[in-house]
Ligand binder design. Structure first.
Ligand code: SAM
Length: 215
């Protein structure tokens, strides 16, 4: 997935009307809906090439969707697809989720999607996992009271770690499954991500949970 060093990718992102780069975020914080419209605002962190969030945006034209990706070279693929389709309710942002507080104001987000986040298997890198307590605390103030965070992965160890972090950080678990693709009710609304398609076709079970602030 990390197609680093595609020549000119940063320049292409800076010039694209569909993308925002980290350096420009101050102008958008607290103003996303005023600038782009949308009843509610949903964010996917680590969207990769954007298949999931593009489909969400197609299905929900009344809401605004923001896809965040750390690497320009990966984001470029999503921009190319968005330039072809021009969904009016989708904005693509190049930024590291570490800085999510620079992008959104308190209570501005109505939901976060974390799909197949990097597992960072070494203990000493646990703080880099997007479901670590450190990241959950960054998300908390940015979420509206009823906002839901949804997390999918094929990595059992990351899933267990995430459930522990959710409980330890005082969030409320809404549901959890260790085999999403066998849960007919959850599958009704499921949108496959690129990684989900790849791993499920290899026979890996897909884990999913959803949680909310326990207010
Ligand atoms: N969500 C996609 C899917 O399910 O097909 C891509 C999954 S891929 C394993 C993880 C993605 O998250 C990569 O594109 C990676 O660059 C991005 N990512 C990892 N850490 C990030 C961070 N701190 N901030 C933003 N994006 C990040």
């Amino acid at each position: 997935m990390r197609l680093r060093n595609i020549k000119g990718s940063r320049e292409t992102i800076a010039a694209s009307p569909f993308a925002v780069c980290e350096e420009a975020l101050a102008a958008y914080k607290g103003r996303w809906r005023a600038r782009f419209g949308g009843r509610r605002l949903f964010v996917e962190i680590g969207m990769g090439k954007g298949r999931f969030i593009m489909e969400l945006a197609r299905r929900n034209p009344q809401d605004l969707f923001i896809g965040i990706e750390k690497y320009s070279s990966v984001l470029l693929r999503a921009i190319q697809k968005q330039e072809a389709e021009q969904l009016p309710n989708l904005v693509l942002v190049r930024m590291d989720a570490e800085k999510i507080g620079d992008a959104f104001a308190e209570g501005e987000i109505d939901g976060i999607y974390l799909n197949f986040s990097d597992p960072w298997p070494k203990d000493r890198h646990a703080h880099r996992r997007l479901t670590s307590g450190r990241f959950l605390e960054r998300y908390r103030p940015l979420l509206a009271g009823d906002a839901v965070v949804e997390f999918k992965t094929d990595n059992g160890a990351l899933f267990q770690f995430s459930l522990e972090q959710i409980a330890e950080s005082g969030w409320k678990l809404l549901y959890s499954t260790e085999d999403l693709h066998r849960d007919a009710r959850l599958m009704e609304q499921n949108i496959m991500t690129e990684y989900e398609e790849k791993f499920s076709s290899l026979g890996h079970p897909i884990y999913k949970c959803a949680f909310t602030k326990d207010v």
